[in-house]
Design a protein around this ligand. Structure first.
Ligand SMILES: Nc1nc2c(ncn2[C@@H]2O[C@H](COP(=O)(O)OP(=O)(O)O)[C@@H](O)[C@H]2O)c(=O)[nH]1
Ligand SMILES: [Mg+2]
Length: 209
């Protein structure tokens, strides 16, 4: 059984001081609105409605925590961050994102990996770049290039190559993996689960600060 099939809602964090104190590794899922983040989380966790369908731009910005592993002793948290980049989002929403999710990504010691969900057809956008610039460059980055069912095999190869090239530039060639994915056609699910599980198991927080 996959670690991810044990996922259950744990808590919602609307302000940084509410972040859980436990030294449990966290996998933060980020992505621009409509990239396919909720669908990817639901597919990986084999749940239809764990991460709810697209929130409206006006909705409160919050981090949603899901616990993974044994009921009384979770081995990891999956953290769903608000989608960013609504064309119509008011400045106030953008500030909230930067202030909560942005600070969380930059500072959270428990962060084992950032999982960036992107539409394989849109590539690494300027917004993704901003987000990557907040991340500690030493943190693991897993890119889920989703909706690959929308491309032919040849187009997939070209798109993956371009994503790799861009990330190598942005990250100095280090510490990232790209997984081709489709929630609809169930591509990359096992690869994602295996890699993320391995990252969680390999994260020791006793030495983290
Ligand atoms: N073709 C295709 N569509 C997808 C896939 N994943 C998500 N979508 C669609 O993309 C839209 C946004 O998905 P959602 O998961 O809500 O994105 P979020 O805003 O990033 O959470 C929805 O209409 C989904 O049905 C996929 O793998 N393939
Ligand atoms: Mg969503």
């Amino acid at each position: 059984m996959s670690l991810f099939s044990t996922a259950r809602f744990f808590t919602t964090v609307a302000k940084l001081p509410q972040l859980p104190r436990a030294l449990i590794p966290e996998l933060a899922f980020v992505g621009r609105s409509n990239a396919g983040k909720s669908s990817a989380i639901n597919a990986i966790c084999q749940r239809r409605q764990l991460a709810r369908a697209s929130a409206s731009p006006g909705r409160t910005q919050a981090l949603n925590y899901f616990a993974l592993g044994p009921e009384d002793n979770p081995s990891a948290y999956l953290v769903d961050t608000p989608g960013y980049g609504y064309a119509t989002a008011p400045l106030e929403i953008k500030r909230q994102w930067d202030g909560l999710a942005g600070k969380y990504l930059a500072k959270r010691a428990q962060l084992a990996a950032v999982v960036l969900v992107m539409d394989i057809r849109r590539q690494v956008t300027a917004l993704d770049e901003t987000l990557l610039s907040w991340m500690d460059p030493a943190s693991r980055l897993v890119v889920i290039a989703t909706k690959c069912d929308k491309l032919t095999k040849q187009e997939q190869r070209v798109a993956l190559k371009a994503i790799h090239a861009k990330l190598e530039l942005l990250r100095g060639g280090q510490n990232f993996e790209v997984i081709m994915f489709s929630a609809d056609k169930r591509v990359g699910l096992d690869t994602s689960r295996a890699l993320l599980e391995q990252i969680v198991l390999g994260t020791s927080l006793e030495v983290a600060q």
